[in-house]
Ligand binder design. Sequence first.
Ligand code: PLP
Length: 402
Amino acid sequence: MSVFKDVDMAPPVAVFNLTARYKEDKDPAKVNLGVGAYRTDEGKPWVLPVVRTVESQMAADSTLDHEYLPIAGLKTFTEAATRLALGDDSPALLQNRAGGFQALSGTGALRLGIDFLSRFGKSKTVYVSDPTWPNHMAIGRDAHFTEIKKYRYWDDKTKALNIDGMLEDLRNAPEHSVVILHGCAHNPTGVDPKKEQWEQIAEVMAAKKLFPFFDIAYQGFATGDLDADASSVRLFVKKEFELFVSQSFSKNFGLYNERVGNLAIVTQDNDSLMRVQSQLEKLARPMWSNPPNHGARIVATTLNNPSLFAEWKEAIRTMSSRVISMRALLKQKLKQLNTPGSWDHITDQIGMFSYTGLTSKQVDFIIQKYHVYLMQDGRINMCAVTNSNCDHIAAAIHDAVT
Ligand code: PLP
């Protein structure tokens, strides 16, 4: 009898399951709007030209080797990544009280930071937005947070941010709770707080001594401007919060499978930073021991070289403007079809995703009849919309809502 006879079959992870179903589908008109990855207008993955350039330089450089990195990762990467999130003129950097720690992409940085807070933080309650990227809940649970609570975020009626609900929930949160905030391009809704709303959020969080944990997986993707997309994080730093930021370079560098991430840490003083970083080493060592080098070196080389950096910014603008133009196109097609409802939210939302407002039943209908695969909550990856498939997608949505 197997040792594992009592192990239940786990349900599949929704987004990967959707991709598997898409791959099995033989219909030539099929479209995958599920997984959050950039596609060109030909529907193909895109290796950024700057990544190709740096990779060929690396391949030709005989001084590079495959020695272990330190536990905290490649210093040129963590320093550059932290600067990218906080800004060159960040008071925390200038006062030597901010630093980075390399992790296995955004997910790993979140997990590492949440694990740390579970051991050393002042609260076992973590708040996530309703809705949020489902992994936030799983990470909180696996890091032994005893309460995983939701703060109101999305208003179904207005298809916009429920700022009053959000502020009220934060006001009612127990002191010192950890609050996961999407730094920009909220996943799945594509709706971000405006500057004044971030001010209000910061005010409530300061009053309740809540700990901000920014998840910034889409810096540059939201507006095409790296600084604008990090403005929420920078506002909180300016207001003298201690905070964590999980950074991912999956989307903005297209380095999905290289697992390039950074946990940026902002503390009150340098002494606290040193102690936190030393404990992070103790957490990382028995998990992955030390992080992978390849992707981190690509990112570090690019961020630390002005001409490669300029080339990268251009690529980010290419990606973000393609998304913005596809939002406009999809809305235009729905308007042309006289599809009932207002589709303004498609162009009002930003970043990779659009939260269409389609019901679960409508989603099933679209998948079955049109072979257009989207998440059960109606989230679509705008990057996978192209000039060639937009008519088909609009027709599918139209048919589902009429
Ligand atoms: N956070 C959010 C909100 C995301 O949408 C994602 C990816 O989809 C991540 C974090 C982490 O991605 P990765 O682990 O590839 O960096």
